[in-house]
Design a protein around this ligand. Structure first.
Ligand SMILES: *Cc1c(COP(=O)(O)O)cnc(C)c1O
Length: 429
């Protein structure tokens, strides 16, 4: 038995499903998860010493490449000074200043330790600020695993959602309205009916949790103008897209100023840092100034902040995003050309350092469209590439990530292997 299989058997006995976060279990594609021993640049190595070109990047954070020497040095230096103090530090001011500088919509920011905490706190804040209970989210968007946000669409339009997880009372999900993504009419209708009950709207402005699906302009503009009109808080969940689709996130591409923004993933450079922030009049409602409670023993942890600060420094160097976008384009357009040559149903898109590919000829625009993608072709492609040493996300519903360490040669290597996989797949059709 290989080491990955042996470790998976061992893990399953004492860790539910053998993993500490469900998508790692390969449930969407079948097979044995790879236990990763180490990573460097664009590569990861598993416990059988197999090398892979990695397009997961720890699900987004690894934008400067794994184990970047400057980030590692910053972490080691910070660790020497002590791991955690539970008191404010000067570096927390520095990282807050960096974030506010990069995202001008944010006037104040608070650090937390996970994207889940950031969105959960932003929702609580929106409710506390407006004194209203209802929130709107969109089908296919993921905002972490807090109770209010683990809600799926009810049957039919304009119905309140149902819990998408056991353990979430119906009473909680009653306050979460789930609407289809990119559907302007649905959002207009709900605001016309009950706009003055809506505390806030939370949206992935470029969705990355139903594969990569950008919001269209009309939709984004409708969200901004309706929330403004009805005094609801517009929350941009940029935990994935912040510093990823562009330095300033999706809001910099759309030219939209949200009321609150949530950040995570890249902001910690691989360490647990996340944040929420926005309009000062809203942020002042947070304790200790205001009556909305929020706290964290390890919030603003000095070692994590050191990793985040160094990462934010590296991504602001000249040409970082031009280079990253060019590499991502090379991959995304290369895959499309090869799949078309092979005669497979396929489409792809890319924004900044993020890409999506779909085994369907029509680019999906919402969760419903994603249902038309061929999942069995995805699974075959995934395993065929994994066997050749390329690690894509083990689910057709996840976006992919390119890092600055993915050189044109590494991407050309990937495309060469993809050509083999596509050819292999056409034999079986
Ligand atoms: C990853 C993600 C989250 C949750 O972040 P965690 O750090 O996993 O809790 C929330 N929102 C979006 C858009 C994400 O991609």
């Amino acid at each position: 038995m290989d080491n990955n299989s042996r470790l998976f058997e061992q893990a399953k006995k004492i860790i539910p499903g053998g993993v500490n976060s469900p998508v790692r279990a390969f449930a969407g594609v079948g097979g044995t998860p790879r236990f990763i021993q180490k990573a460097n640049g664009a590569y990861v190595w598993d416990e059988d010493q197999t090398q892979y070109i990695d397009y997961i990047g720890s699900w987004g954070p690894a934008i400067v490449g794994h184990a970047h020497p400057e980030v590692i040095a910053a972490v080691c230096a910070a660790a020497q000074e002590g791991l955690s103090f539970g008191a404010p530090t000067a570096n927390e001011i520095r990282i807050a200043e960096e974030i506010l500088h990069i995202m001008p919509s944010m006037e104040q920011v608070r650090l937390v330790s996970s994207g889940t905490e950031a969105t959960m706190s932003a929702i609580r804040l929106a409710r506390g600020f407006t004194g209203r209970d209802n929130i709107i989210k969109f089908e296919g968007c993921y905002h972490g695993h807090s109770d209010s946000l683990l809600v799926k669409a009810g049957s039919g339009l304009l119905t309140f959602g149902h819990p998408s997880s056991a353990g979430v009372p119906e009473d909680f999900s009653r306050h979460t309205i789930v609407l289809p993504y990119n559907d302007v009419e649905a959002i207009q209708q709900i605001f016309a009916q009950q706009g003055d009950t809506i505390a806030g709207v939370i949206v992935e402005p470029i969705a990355g949790n139903m594969n990569l699906i950008p919001a269209n302009r009309e939709f984004i503009q409708a969200l901004r103008s309706l929330t403004h009109q009805y005094g609801s808080v517009l929350i941009y969940d940029e935990v994935m897209t912040g510093f990823r689709v562009a330095l300033g996130g999706a809001q910099s591409l759309h030219g939209i100023t949200p009321d609150l923004t949530t950040l995570g993933k890249i902001i910690g450079g691989g360490m647990p840092v996340a944040a929420f922030g926005g309009r000062a009049d809203i942020m002042k409602c947070i304790s200790p100034l205001g009556s909305v409670y929020q706290a964290g023993t390890l919030s603003g942890n000095p070692v994590c902040v050191a990793a985040g600060l160094k990462t934010l420094e590296i991504i602001q160097r000249p040409d970082f995003y031009t280079t990253l976008s060019a590499r991502t384009k090379q991959l995304s357009e290369g895959l499309l050309a090869l799949a078309q040559q092979a005669g497979l149903p396929f489409s792809s898109r890319h924004i900044g350092g993020m890409f999506g590919f779909y085994f369907t000829d029509n680019l999906p625009d919402c969760y419903h469209d994603m249902q038309n993608a061929d999942l069995s072709l995805f699974k075959r492609f995934f395993h065929s590439m994994l066997a050749r040493g390329v690690f894509f996300a083990p689910s057709a519903f996840e976006a992919g990530f390119v890092s600055i360490a993915h050189s044109p040669v590494i991407i050309a290597d990937t495309l060469g292997l993809a050509a083999e996989s596509f050819t292999e797949m056409t034999r079986g059709i």
